[in-house]
Design a protein around this ligand. Structure first.
Ligand SMILES: Cc1cc2nc3c(=O)[nH]c(=O)nc-3n(C[C@H](O)[C@H](O)[C@H](O)COP(=O)(O)O)c2cc1C
Length: 201
């Protein structure tokens, strides 16, 4: 059996959500757990016929076993019309087998997103991303206001999870508060998973 890990699963078209995923992974590792970065392919009407098995760069595509065997999950998507992007939803809609066997019940999970406009639906996206995770019986980890960056941020950052304001051109980098909150979610997921993990004899 492999060491416990937090699955950091995301979709990113232009790189902003991917950078958040890397910061969350840093937080997981700072808390002493392994982070497994995975992504999903884009979808089109014939995606399964055309997507290469291994992406040209970046994280590997997620497999159902990555999700099944994780100790916790961070799920990230760009905001698209106030909701998560279709490629991530497509993957989630294929997880019924894990739902049937209750594989994810009791595991900690958190969500993150990036938008081009500051009030363009970060919170609606984060809340709607939690819905399938609740159906799976996962334990929601948001961000507590003891994280000072939540009160100081002039960009992204919500109690429902980390967020990033990428700007109209998508070029705004993660600022110090957004980075702090990404890392805080990673640390929180890792610490919670470590507490929940059944000791192996
Ligand atoms: C189809 C589509 C819908 C979008 N909807 C929103 C939206 O509702 N609100 C918003 O602020 N940005 C919206 N965006 C912009 C993305 O959320 C934003 O560029 C994000 O930072 C991209 O993340 P990425 O770099 O990880 O791909 C949308 C982009 C696309 C392509």
């Amino acid at each position: 059996m492999s060491a416990p890990y937090i699955l950091v699963l995301y979709y990113s078209r232009h790189g902003a959500t991917a950078e958040m995923a890397r910061q969350i992974a840093r937080g997981v590792e700072m808390a002493g757990l392994e982070a497994r970065l995975r992504t999903v392919p884009s979808v089109s009407s014939d995606c399964e016929a055309t997507a290469p098995a291994i992406p040209e760069d970046g994280a590997l595509y997620v497999e159902l076993d990555d999700l099944k065997n994780c100790a916790g999950l961070a799920l990230g998507s760009p905001t698209r019309f106030g909701n998560m992007a279709a490629p991530l939803k497509y993957f989630i809609d294929g997880t019924s087998s894990l739902w049937l066997t209750g594989e994810l019940v009791g595991k900690p999970a958190g969500v993150f997103t990036s938008t081009s406009s500051l009030h363009g639906g970060q919170e609606s996206t984060l809340l709607s991303m939690l819905l399938p995770l609740l159906h799976h019986g996962m334990l929601v980890c948001g961000l507590p206001y003891s994280e000072g960056a939540l009160l100081e941020t002039r960009g992204g950052g919500t109690p429902y999870g980390p967020s990033h304001h990428a700007g109209a051109d998508g070029k705004r980098k993660l600022d110090e508060h957004e980075i702090a909150l990404c890392r805080a979610l990673g640390q929180r997921l890792a610490a919670t998973a470590a507490k929940l993990e059944t000791p192996r004899g």
